[in-house]
Design a binder for this molecule. Sequence first.
Ligand SMILES: [Zn+2]
Length: 758
Amino acid sequence: MEHETHEGTNMLRRKLIIKIKKYSIIFFAILLVVIWANYASRVKDYDDTVGPFPHSKDQANTTAHLSRLDRLYELAKWQHVLNRQFYEWKWKQALTSSKMTTAQSLDTTRSNDDLLFKYRKQRKTAKPANRYFVYSHKCKIPYADPFSSEALALHTPAKLRTCTNESDLITLSFDLKLQTYKMQVNTEVLVELDPNITQLTCSYQEVRSVKDATGKFFSVLLPPVDMTDNMALDRNISGILAECRDKKNASRIVQRDAFPLVQVIPKTSRTESHPLPRQPSVIMLGLDTMSRMNFKRTMPKTAKYVQQLGWFEMEGYNKVADNTFPNLCTVLAGGKPAQLDKVCEEHSSCPWIWRDFKEAGYSTAYGEDITADSVFTGSGNAPDFTLRPLFTGLTESMHTFRRFGYDYCVGRRLAISYLYDFCMQFTQRLIEELEQPAFGFFWSCTLTHDYHYGTSSLDGLFVDYLKTLEKHKIFGNAIVILFSDHGERFGDLVDLPDGFLEERLPMLHIYLPPWFRKTYPSYAQSLQLNRNRLSSPYDLHNTLRHILQLNATNPEDLPPLANCPTSQSLFHPLPQERSCVDACIGDHWCTCKEFLPVKLNGEAYNIVKLTLYYINRWMLVHHFNRHCDRLLLAELDHAERKLLGVDNDKETLYGTIMIYRLRFRTFPHEGHFEATVRYHSDRQILVDFDLEDISRLNRYHNDSLCINDKIARKFCFCFKEGNTNPEWQSLLINFKEGEEKSQTDSVVALEPIDVPAL
Ligand SMILES: [Zn+2]
């Protein structure tokens, strides 16, 4: 009995142990699941590509954003180092390899960089999208992650460098009572600058714009005028160079400086003629070459600033042309130069939007931080205030320091700071102090144009400017537009899986002040709605026109834009079903996902060879073969075909005409191109061939210095000394009647002309 009881107790104990074991296993299993789930959700945090559509989740938590950035930068740095090591290894291998092809081994013009380039330019394909900027039947723009590991691997944040450590000896102030600018000489900083100097002689020179005999404007420096502390400046001066010298040694310049002066004559009656009680001012701040992705990546502080209430980001804003001028011309004049009957080639006669603002009683200003290749260089029909005369004068007379491909410092200041000081004076004088409507356009390219990471150095400074503008009540009065013309067009970013989007989606942020949102709630609602609809520079132009006609509450109240009648103001809801054709975005620039990859088969090669044939023919017709080498196909990297009937039912009518997009490289020199062409499969020809639809994907400014033609430079590799192609250079094509006249016209007529086999 006792034995039985003992056995029973043992059994119970065993059962208990089994139970404990069972529960322990379950407990640890649950614990493991919890740990895994936690880990998975953290990983998911990093993976934006599986997130919801931007409609529902748009602005990420910014604190998490920044800390995530830090973590990803570390990761990116490692990847960058690893990539570099890999390419170096590959390059060394290539140099020592006996398998090097004869062409490569014989080609002595190929630099080490070129070899490195060859290994770097392997085409990557974007992952299938499951998130979109725009999502409709007619247009699907895939989401591009600004912080993808591939993009971060190329990101090398740059620091802002100052141009001088010296304190300001000469400063400018504005006397509100007297409405004049005054100059101060701060002698107390002399101790720091040079303690041996006790007395100074100071003077200033006015920079003035003067017309020469041919009607061209240029800048002159007027003779020096002695300057004393707190001296008032004449009201018609728009820019000065000032300097102080050692009184005992006149050759010793202690400090030189330059200042723009926005001088305003108060006109209280200016707005009286306008039918509306209050007209919003418009301040356009432009950064050349800035995709919406690169903006978020390189300017996180500014990107955070423009997430505040009142700002609207147009995520489906798509460029309409290759480079700066046609895109900006569309925003500012309502069409590309070719559409405007070339009137915009002569800048003064172009129908710039500021002329309309001026007519409506606005004061207008225009500024750029470069002088060569400026967007607006004209003199007739110029805005009321322009920075160009001062900027030209001071770049010619002060020392400069180059960085990021441009004059970074001019004198003792950043080139960009003259532009923003000019903007600040304009907005302070007109919008803050006089409360008069003002239209200002301020375009900067020195830090952004050539280096995609250059803006990372601008971020802090730019956000400081925005905060100063805020202090001066700009955001209480003005509509502010922060935008760009296009994204990176050459180089690293273009080679990313999302490179196609990086190039074609410039940033566009529009700010509406509180009173405007209250007075025109439907306009603010439309902007909100249009954030994820397809839009283009034509729509932005219509929006500027709409600001001058705010009582146009229906789209029909505004006259249609001649060059794109289906474009409209962003203050009216854009149709949800909108195609690139509706937004006047050509096939080559359209980011709506309408193309499907095709096999690189005989037909694809035939089309790329035809494309090269047409390019070479155009070069021949325009005699560029005398200076530039003939292009031959090195490799077709990628080909895709447009789906028929997606956005334009007319396409299906052609039947045998297919639209192809091709990425290819050329030799004997390394040219990297992307072309969109229309191929007639029955006749095996290209129709409506337009050189504007071909992008050069690697930089070319040094390759094509022997010619000036903007279109031809994309395709030109100048013959180097001792390196010729006599057979090609001696080819001469007879012009057809009238063809010579249209030399700059990029569209090649298809009529057969006598072209030797290429
Ligand atoms: Zn540009």
